[in-house]
Design a binder for this molecule. Structure first.
Ligand SMILES: Cc1cc2nc3c(=O)[nH]c(=O)nc-3n(C[C@H](O)[C@H](O)[C@H](O)COP(=O)(O)O)c2cc1C
Length: 207
């Protein structure tokens, strides 16, 4: 039995218990080192075939954030945020660069098999299915991102309410990518609402 490295350390529990959506931010910027640390943790999320199809654009320029407000139907959390993370997926890039993500410990034969099964799984998928596949992986990363930001002392607001075409045009993203979420991030200037969640016996059955 291998003991998990962080057994007994409660930082994930703490972050999950304390994070909440915050929709108003102070103007304090998010230093690049913090942003990189948060996104490094985010990138540790697992994904099918380890393909890691998630990509991020960190938007900090006031002009671009103003344009994102329009793309996000005027949502106030975008207007006051010092930064907005655009989470998008590029499954075409992921599959074309699969060599980068095959584990270096694999033998040449296993490497070839892993490459073939990853490419087979995605190659024949219709576009809509591929979009869905990418989004499934991306939402795992989104969960990591929200907890990592909280752990670094930042507040966040995840969003699905935006026009993806406008976001892609604003950031010159290629036509084939998809945008599963935006995340406003910064230091909150409001308390937000405490969690209101189902109790465990409402959502869990031990069988
Ligand atoms: C994928 C996703 C999309 C969301 N989209 C929006 C959104 O567009 N606008 C918004 O105000 N809140 C949005 N939310 C925030 C949810 O309303 C919020 O997470 C939920 O009510 C629970 O509250 P809490 O985050 O404060 O715990 C989104 C949350 C998630 C996870």
């Amino acid at each position: 039995v291998v003991t998990p490295v962080n057994a007994g350390v409660s930082s994930v529990r703490h972050a999950a218990a304390h994070r909440r959506s915050i929709r108003a931010f102070s103007a304090d910027p998010v230093p690049r080192a913090d942003m990189e640390s948060i996104l490094r943790t985010t990138g540790m999320a697992p994904s099918a075939f380890n393909l890691q199809p998630w990509r991020f654009v960190v938007v900090q320029s006031p002009d671009r954030i103003a344009a994102l407000v329009d793309a996000a139907y005027g949502q106030r959390q975008v207007a006051s945020a010092p930064a907005v993370i655009v989470l998008y997926t590029d499954t075409a890039d992921a599959i074309a660069t699969v060599d980068e993500v095959l584990h270096p410990d694999l033998t040449p034969e296993r490497r070839e098999r892993a490459r073939a099964s990853a490419q087979r799984a995605l190659a024949d998928m219709p576009d809509a299915e591929r979009e869905e596949w990418g989004a499934r992986q991306a939402y795992i990363a989104l969960g990591y991102l929200l907890l990592a930001a909280e752990d670094h002392g930042y507040h966040t607001s995840p969003m699905l309410g935006f026009d993806a075409g406008s976001v892609k045009a604003l950031l010159n993203l290629p036509a084939h990518v998809h945008v599963p979420a935006l995340v406003a991030i910064g230091h909150g200037s409001e308390e937000g609402r405490p969690h209101h969640r189902h109790p465990i016996d409402r959502i869990v059955r031990f069988a």
